[in-house]
Design a protein around this ligand. Sequence first.
Ligand SMILES: [Zn+2]
Ligand SMILES: [Zn+2]
Length: 133
Amino acid sequence: MTKNARAILEIIRHSSAHLTAEQIYLLLKEQNRAMAQATVYNNLSYLYSQGLIRKLSVEGYPDRYDNIVRHDHLVCRKCGRLSDILLEDLTEKLQHQIGVPMLSYDLKISYICDECLKNGAVPAERKEHHENT
Ligand SMILES: [Zn+2]
Ligand SMILES: [Zn+2]
């Protein structure tokens, strides 16, 4: 692994902030390990393809990167905020149901975060359900 890839991996491993490529780029700069933005992107692709980091994609937001320690995520549908949550490990159960060796799975649960609830966001599904009953 190159020095650059190692530096990026260290940042992701030690952060629980679900950083975007842009944020990682800025952090590297702050730490005087600046590299070109394209280099950051290339190394993130490399680390992801090697299974060393996780990539979290939420529609409408830039990809965020995370460590591979097993955990799941709550995603606010309104603001895209990601929070870690540790749920039951489903690996075995899922492995039983698929015919191929499983590498990993990603569980993202949609919700509306406290902040957005305070600001008056109403969860769409629940609202609809109400009107139907
Ligand atoms: Zn929110
Ligand atoms: Zn996470």
